[in-house]
Design a protein around this ligand. Structure first.
Ligand SMILES: [Zn+2]
Ligand SMILES: [Zn+2]
Length: 162
């Protein structure tokens, strides 16, 4: 396990352990996430409970200051990860989105509006929604929906945050 940079910005004698969820915690009571501790030192104040510390490179043990971003809440955090996925797929997060069913990178115009969503759009492109109505892609749709539910459950548990 890579622990390089784990205690960056924190006293060298700080004792920590790595939890089952892959995050590092202080050994002293109460057990505090190291990345939240470091983020608090960087921004110079305590974090609010709803604020989430995101690891830019996805490695929960890379707690170097440059790798940490403080986001206002979990909704913004989910959005950040979605934007990252679009960038990795070679798209532009400002104007494009990945369809959760056909996994293509498409312009935002190709998605139905959905106010309750974190980005204001549904997760499935209009083309897939139409195909679904006509009975095509039924298996694909079911699998994608199951995967979406798994991801939402994981996000709701809140334990695995990076
Ligand atoms: Zn699609
Ligand atoms: Zn994250």
């Amino acid at each position: 396990m890579q622990t390089d940079g784990l205690v960056d910005g924190v006293d060298q004698d700080l004792r920590y352990y790595v939890g089952k969820n892959g995050y590092a915690y202080t050994k002293s009571n109460p057990h505090v996430c190291i990345h939240r501790l470091i983020a608090e030192r960087v921004i110079g104040r305590f974090l609010r409970k709803e604020e989430v510390v995101h690891h830019k490179d996805g490695n929960p043990l890379n707690n170097r200051r440059a790798n940490l971003v403080v986001l206002p809440n979990q909704r913004a955090h989910i959005r950040e990860h979605a934007m990252e996925r679009i960038r990795q797929a070679g798209g532009d997060p400002e104007t494009q989105k990945i369809c959760g069913t056909c996994t293509r990178v498409l312009g935002r115009l190709y998605f139905p509006r959905l106010k309750t969503s974190f980005d204001g759009l549904g997760s499935t492109c209009k083309g897939c929604a139409n195909s679904r109505r006509r009975g095509k892609y039924k298996t694909l749709w079911t699998e994608t929906r199951a995967e979406g539910q798994r991801q939402r459950r994981a996000a709701a548990r809140g334990g695995a945050r990076c």
